[in-house]
Design a protein around this ligand. Structure first.
Ligand code: PDD
Length: 284
């Protein structure tokens, strides 16, 4: 495949970065994962806006405008067309490489910009029989207090994900110290009770997911389901009729089991079917 590194397009095997890069030494950087199907990105602009916001919060200036980033990703996708129809772009900007390792932001270093393309499964389809059936476990959210920044420092998320994975689950749903839902290790979370759809409000405790953003806009425009952004307790999650995970690769994915308990009747729900149908129809 062809990757982008610091202004150049080159074969992946030829891409080199310094081991002194602060992305490597400190996890000092921002990343994005943007899906595309048949050459069309989903949510490209909001993904890039979130990245620019993250870079600004870390005082990293890559010197590229929104339009420059759009061109970069579109160009990289075009160069990798032969890899398949369904491709995601991984994009990472770190603070760059320094001659020594010091915590303070070094003056005059150049950010490292790296992007590669990888094949993803076809877009999820709204079909109960073919739907993924997520099993999740719950845990106390032990990550830091800047979870709204899509930082490459993902150890907290990795450890939580592994906690579920080691128990045979495919996600770990997290609760803050007040016992309220934050998100999952790599997804946002929605719950449904008596026809009302709810998800936690944006805060420093969770990533402002682009799938969450697009889904909320679609629900408010095209559906009559009541939609709430509010605190959701552990008891509410455990008693929900439906629980969904959202992320760029999953779109809206039904959770059928939490810990040792079924969600609803243990099958993807009717509202999930409706909502993934709407998402598929309006996501671009
Ligand atoms: N994960 N919350 C966390 C902690 C995430 O890492 C992600 C995305 C999401 C969903 O965000 P979005 O809808 O913008 O994809 C929520 C990405 C895909 C990853 O790390 O691979």
């Amino acid at each position: 495949s062809i990757v982008f590194l610091n202004g150049d397009y080159l074969p992946a095997a030829e891409a080199r970065i310094s081991p002194m890069d602060r992305g490597f030494l400190f996890g000092d950087g921002i990343y994005e994962v943007v899906p595309s199907y048949q050459g069309r990105f989903v949510g490209l602009t909001p993904h890039l806006q979130r990245m620019l916001s993250g870079l600004e919060q870390l005082s990293i200036d890559a010197g590229l405008s929104l339009a420059d980033w759009q061109q970069l990703l579109t160009g990289l996708l075009a160069k990798n067309q032969s890899m398949g129809e369904n491709l995601a772009v991984y994009l990472q900007v770190s603070r760059g490489a320094d001659s020594k390792r010091g915590h303070a932001f070094p003056a005059n270093i150049k950010p490292t910009v790296f992007a590669f393309v990888f094949e993803i499964p076809p877009a999820p389809i709204a079909d109960k029989a073919k739907a993924p059936r997520y099993r999740v476990v719950t845990a106390d959210d032990l990550r830091w207090q800047r979870c709204h920044i899509k930082s490459t420092s993902l150890l907290g998320n990795v450890l939580h994900y592994q906690q579920g994975y080691a128990q045979g689950a495919q996600e770990t749903v997290l609760f803050n110290r007040e016992g309220n839902l934050t998100e999952a290790a790599s997804c946002n979370v929605f719950v449904v009770k008596d026809g009302v759809i709810a998800t936690p409000p944006l805060s420093t405790e969770l990533l402002p997911g682009i799938t969450r953003l697009i889904l909320l806009a679609i629900l408010r425009k095209y559906s009559s389901y009541p939609v709430e952004e509010r605190a959701i307790s552990r008891a509410e999650v455990l008693a929900a009729d439906e629980v969904w995970l959202t992320s760029s690769s999953k779109e809206v994915a039904p959770v059928v089991q939490i810990n040792d308990q079924w969600v609803g009747d243990g099958e993807p729900g009717d509202i999930w079917l409706d909502v993934q149908t709407l998402f598929s129809a309006h996501k671009y």
